[in-house]
Each structure stands twice: as C-alpha cells, then as structure tokens.
Design a binder for this molecule. Structure first.
Ligand SMILES: [Zn+2]
Length: 168
C-alpha cells in the first residue's frame, strides 16, 4: 500500500518549532548584515542560501516536479504546494499576468518576517530566502526564469511578495 502524489509529499515533511526556526533565521540574517558591505550583497547571499536550501529540499522530488506541470503558469501550483508543505500556510494571493509570464505570490503573514521590524536598511529583502528556493525549483524544472522579492513586511510593507518571471 502506498500513498502517492501530493499527500505523500505533505506527509513526508517533518516539522520543526517555529520559534526555533525564526530565531535561527534572524541570527543568520544578523551574520549576513555584519559580514556584508551593502544591502544588495545581503540580498544576494540570502537568495544563494535559499537556492541551496531549495536544492536540498527538492533533491528527492526531482522526478515528481518534472511531471507535476507542463507550463510556467501551471508550475506556480507546484510552488504553492511547496510553500504550504514547508511553511504550514498558504499564500494570501497568487497573481498571474495576462500573458502568463509573470506570477506574484503574496503572504500577509510571512513566517520569516513575523515580529521583525527593520527601518534603517531600505532595500533589504528580509525573506529573500524564499526567492532562492523558488529559483532552485524553477532551475530544477528547466524554466528560464528569475525569482525575486518585491515587497517585505519586515521592512514595513503590508505583505511579502515574491515574483517569478520568465526570461526571453
Ligand atoms: Zn516576509
């Protein structure tokens, strides 16, 4: 007897304490801030870390991801599923452009930004880890696309937005 597909994926993810995760992430960010020359460098390093995290998380799901969707827009449902499985919550909204080449994911209750307020580092993408994970998933799936963060609650925005955009 086997449980297949989405359900199996959800069941196989072990859970970790949210306060521990958030505290670890804050300290990771603190170290990046202390060891970087500017905000762009911090953002890039956090995205690189997210990329590695994405690779680790998704290694065993490579085949599943390849089969999961055929188009870029359909693929956004893979990211929704991955986000729900790993964060325990769903996006507040998912917006798709008319031409199907841009998808914006928002979360009004981003776990990474919860309780965080940074007002002296404009341009910082506090939860850019998510962009890196998305980048890894898209690269793994073979899409020529980029992922980046557009808004961030920790910096005072009303929601966190991560965008994926097909390159020409
Ligand atoms: Zn956030």
């Amino acid at each position: 007897m086997g449980v297949r597909g989405k359900l199996a994926w959800a069941l196989k993810i072990d859970k970790v304490s949210k306060p521990i995760f958030q505290a670890t992430y804050r300290e990771l960010m603190n170290i990046l801030i202390q060891t970087s020359d500017n905000v762009e460098e911090i953002n890039q390093k956090m995205k690189d870390i997210g990329f590695k995290v994405g690779e680790d998380l998704l290694m065993e799901y490579t085949e599943k991801i390849r089969k999961h969707a055929s188009t870029f827009v359909e693929f956004s449902s893979t990211l929704q599923l991955a986000y729900k499985v790993n964060s325990g919550q769903e996006f507040t909204d998912v917006w798709v452009s008319d031409d199907g080449r841009v998808v914006k994911f928002t979360d009004d209750h981003c776990v990474l930004c919860e309780g965080v307020e940074i007002r002296d580092m404009p341009g910082l993408q506090y939860c850019n880890l998510v962009s890196g994970v998305f980048q890894a998933v898209m690269d793994l799936r073979g899409f020529n696309a980029e992922a980046y963060q557009e808004s961030c609650r920790a910096l005072g925005d009303s929601t966190c937005t991560w965008t994926i955009r097909l390159r020409d």
